[in-house]
Write a protein that binds this ligand. Structure first.
Ligand SMILES: *Cc1c(COP(=O)(O)O)cnc(C)c1O
Ligand SMILES: [Zn+2]
Length: 430
């Protein structure tokens, strides 16, 4: 199948993906049939999924979701997937823990019972990326792609490799050549092809865009490029789960990490859908974006009051968030401003402190991206921007075992001889 980079209304194959009705341009609203396309033929704006939810009864939908499986497919009626999705091999991610973080709340000065960590390290490949890849995989099947691919800052490569292995497809993924060892191993272990590109993520992404237009990439589904509209919808399931786990209530404040900004925009979309469907009450919520200072194009624009995001050259330990030219940056700015939230950044040292704080208070070992959200949460509370009396959810999107280097030096309290005397001498007796 020839892969198009620009949608045309005439030659896009038509597929049945549940209530997903069309692709709609986020800039000009132009609509095209569902297909493996991602840019508007009129204005080159990004395409996203438009739904027809008009047939849904709120109470029936709530019951259907609650009776569904303990994974993202409980929300299949709200996702762009074929009706028989549950029967095919898929890693079935999601339904991760929402942890009430009272010890962390006490340290941060948040009221007891008000602070929660949505811990997405519990997904099959230990990051939130399994959610988005699961969607892209179903779209790839629907469009007849036989190779799964992506440009990745690390976690996505592992998620694509694992999903392809499970589905019996070929995978060939592209990463910057200098990623953390844990991420390289995670991406390679599933047996697909893993290619290191001499350059940063933005170079990798540019290369993939070229490959899509070339016969060398024919029949390839790039989960975050030509399948991006489908991929992106997977992040909505974070919003759905958070609200359902809070007893079908909206949080007041939610802190989301930003790489390309896709996750943040879709968490917002998911919350708006739940309100529109009557599954939660219609009340205001605030979305806060979190970046590392060493790659902070969106927070820099937010603080300067700009509408455009100026690209940066990333230099931070938070490599999973190191996208210097974030595709959804302007939309993130819109959402933070519309909801009354903010975008903030923290230094690498603050990221490390926050990883240790979360581990010590709640027993959750986050990767650097989790250090970014927890660090930004702390900073925003201290600045009086986040309200400590309101229900707040902080996302941890990945597992600390993948970024062990960030906390190198954490280790033994003491080394002793195997005797009680030696133990007492070390000052550890009760
Ligand atoms: C990819 C990723 C994100 C968010 O990515 P977006 O491109 O903004 O959707 C957040 N955390 C981790 C750990 C990731 O790997
Ligand atoms: Zn358009």
């Amino acid at each position: 199948m020839a892969v198009q980079t620009v949608a045309t209304s005439t030659d896009t194959p038509s597929v049945d993906l549940g209530p997903a009705a069309a692709l709609s341009c986020r800039e000009c609203g132009h609509r095209v049939p569902l297909g493996p396309v991602f840019a508007c033929e009129e204005c080159f704006g990004p395409l996203e999924i438009a739904y027809d939810f008009s047939g849904y009864d709120t109470e029936e939908l709530r019951k259907r979701i609650e009776a569904g499986p303990a994974n993202i497919w409980r929300y299949a009626p709200l996702l762009p997937v074929p009706a028989d999705v549950a029967g095919k091999p898929n890693l079935n991610p999601g339904w991760t823990k929402l942890v009430q973080a009272d010890h962390l709340a006490a340290e941060l000065g948040v009221d007891a019972g008000r602070l929660f960590v949505k811990d997405d390290s519990g997904n099959p490949t230990h990051s939130f990326k399994d959610r988005v890849v699961a969607q892209a995989l179903e779209a790839a099947r629907a469009f007849g792609f036989t190779t799964l691919s992506c440009s990745s800052t690390g976690n996505l490569a592992g998620a694509v490799g694992a999903a392809a292995a499970r589905a019996g497809l070929r995978s060939c993924v592209f990463i910057p050549h200098d990623l953390e060892q844990g991420k390289v191993v995670m991406a390679a272990i599933y047996g697909g092809e893993l290619v290191g590109i001499e350059g940063n993520y933005d170079d990798v992404n540019r290369f993939c865009s070229e490959l899509i237009g070339d016969p060398a990439g024919e029949g390839w589904g790039f989960v975050n490029v030509n399948l991006r509209p489908y991929y992106a919808e997977g992040s909505k399931t974070l919003a759905y789960e958070i609200c359902e786990q809070l007893g079908w209530r909206l949080p007041d404040q939610i802190v989301v990490p930003i790489a390309s900004g896709s996750q943040l925009t879709k968490v917002d979309k998911g919350l708006r859908e739940l309100i529109a469907l009557g599954l939660v009450e219609d009340k205001p919520y605030k979305i806060f974006g979190a970046q590392a200072e060493g790659c902070s194009p969106v927070s820099t624009a937010f603080k300067a009051g700009h509408d455009v995001v100026r690209p940066q050259k990333p230099d931070t330990i938070a490599k999973s968030l190191a996208i210097g030219n974030p595709a959804d940056g302007p939309y993130v700015l819109d959402i933070a401003r519309r909801t009354g939230g903010a975008v903030e950044d923290v230094t690498d040292a603050q990221i490390v402190d926050a990883i240790k704080l979360l581990a010590r208070t709640e027993g959750i070992f986050a990767e650097t991206a989790g250090g970014v959200t927890v660090g930004v949460t702390k900073k925003l509370i201290e600045a009086g921007v986040l309200d400590p009396a309101k229900t707040t959810v902080v996302l941890n999107t990945g597992d600390g075992l993948k970024t062990l280097d960030a906390v190198a030096g954490t280790g033994l309290t003491a080394t002793i001889r195997p005797t009680l005397d030696s133990f007492r001498e070390a000052g550890l007796a009760s």
